[in-house]
Design a protein around this ligand. Structure first.
Ligand SMILES: Nc1ncnc2c1ncn2[C@@H]1O[C@H](COP(=O)(O)OP(=O)(O)O)[C@@H](O)[C@H]1O
Ligand SMILES: [Mg+2]
Length: 436
């Protein structure tokens, strides 16, 4: 017998026994009246509690569970416990769901959940940003109405989970989009911004192509001379031989310069190659570079040296020599004979500045932002003709970065250029000893 029946059994027995006693003592009519009255009280109690439950069900909270007595008390307290447990479970689930949504929202990747018919069920803020989706307007929309690129529509109809689809957005960003099927024909769309990776990859390809091209030209020339010389047999023309050897040496020098610049650049770019620091006597260094410039110019330019401070730098002498030297050799090479060049070392608002100003050919403003790219030249043949490798300013930029320096370029076509290397005060060493 269940617990419920066991609990009401004494009441039944009491009412049954009392009815029998009344019947025996007062007759059947009185017994019937007693039995009816005993049954009516719990019946009305039940109706009253049913009505209270009916009202409670409209807003079922723990606090509003009705109170009852007797058997009803047990029922109501179990109801109260059930509702409390349900509330706690729901709160826990809500917290978990909120945490999960916050975690997904914080992901750097875009996530869209699609139903079996490719309608959007949910998306995170990154997806809204990448694809211009609106959280309210676009929910339930077919994804192919919103992302219309043909390659995406094709990918959607035949997704390959191991092969992402690459999409180029109007903002010039490149996205890698992947569809992952799950549950019952649902799909998870993941999109990741790979603009940077793609650009690095393109730069690497361009770089290899550029180096090959730069090396092939002098090699072809040398090869041509060698073939001509071997065609001449045992008795080559002495004058011709002398001229060919001189030209070949010029070409191999060019290759050597290129390889040296490439090695310098690779050393500077290698993050593991830490800057070895010392106190650099910049006034002395700049004076030596001035001498180099005079011999490179061969008295064809008027080259002025302005050392306005005896401050030095905490840094690497050889790297600074290479960086400053490149700026000065450019000034000599891109300034026609008779032009003026000035090398300045000075302090400016607590920063140390090395400036090279020339009255040379100048650079059009559209080229200036790209000058520090590897192999970027305004005039290829002029650069090559004067022994340029196209890597000089890339080297300068790296050297300055390694010294937390800023590179400033200003120029006017036909008037001249000003290249400035600005070093922060944290790099400045106040006064250098007389000689070093
Ligand atoms: N002082 C300057 N005057 C005019 N153009 C310059 C000057 N310095 C650099 N340039 C331009 O910047 C380009 C890149 O310079 P750089 O990287 O040093 O390579 P390059 O080996 O050609 O000198 C040069 O090819 C030239 O077009
Ligand atoms: Mg150069």
């Amino acid at each position: 017998m269940s617990r419920f029946w066991l609990r009401i059994l004494p009441q039944f027995l009491f009412v049954g026994g009392a009815t029998l006693l009344i019947w025996a003592a007062f007759g059947a009519a009185d017994a019937f009246i007693f039995l009816s009255l005993s049954g009516l009280t719990p019946f009305f109690l039940m109706l009253r509690n049913l009505a209270r439950i009916d009202v409670w069900l409209d807003a079922p909270t723990v606090e509003s569970v009705p109170d009852g007595s007797g058997l009803w008390e047990g029922v109501f307290s179990r109801l109260r416990r059930m509702v409390r447990q349900r509330d706690q479970r729901q709160q826990k689930l809500e917290t978990m769901l909120r945490d999960l949504q916050q975690a997904i929202a914080a992901l750097p990747d875009a996530i869209i959940i699609l139903d079996a018919g490719d309608h959007i069920e949910w998306c995170n803020p990154m997806a809204q940003e990448y694809f211009g989706l609106d959280e309210r307007r676009d929910m339930g929309q077919q994804i192919s109405y919103l992302i219309r690129q043909p390659q995406f529509v094709e990918y959607l109809s035949e997704p390959q989970s191991d092969q992402p689809c690459i999409l180029k957005l109007s903002s010039d960003s490149i996205l890698s989009v992947q569809l992952i099927p799950y549950a019952d024909r649902k799909k998870l769309l993941l999109a990741r911004d790979i603009t940077r990776i793609e650009n690095v990859d393109r730069m690497r390809r361009d770089f290899v192509a550029n180096v090959s091209h730069e090396l092939r030209t002098p090699l072809t020339v040398v090869n041509g001379f060698l073939e001509t010389l071997s065609d001449m047999g045992d008795a080559p023309d002495a004058e011709m031989l002398k001229r060919s050897l001189a030209l070949m040496t010029g070409q191999t020098d060019r290759m050597k310069r290129l390889v040296e610049d490439l090695l310098t650049l690779s050393k500077l770019e290698n993050a593991e190659n830490h800057l070895s620091e010392e106190e650099v006597n910049v006034p002395l260094l700049v004076a030596q570079i001035h001498q180099d410039a005079l011999s490179l110019s061969g008295k064809n330019h008027q080259i002025e040296l302005r050392i306005e401070t005896d401050a030095g730098l905490r840094g690497n002498t050889e790297e600074l020599r290479s960086g400053f030297g490149n700026l000065v050799s450019n000034a000599v090479r891109y300034t026609p004979e008779g032009g003026r060049i000035a090398l300045t070392w000075k302090m400016e608002h607590g920063c140390a500045v090395f400036a090279v100003e020339d009255s040379g050919i100048g650079i059009e403003s559209e080229h200036i932002p790209r000058l520090t790219e590897r192999f970027y030249r305004v005039d290829r043949s002029r650069s090559r003709g004067t022994g340029g490798t196209g890597l000089g300013l890339a080297i300068v930029k790296h050297v300055l970065n390694r010294h937390q320096g800023r590179f400033e370029i200003s120029s006017e076509i036909g008037k001249g250029s000003l290249f400035r290397a600005v070093f922060p005060s944290s790099r400045v060493v106040s006064a250098m000893p007389e000689t070093k």
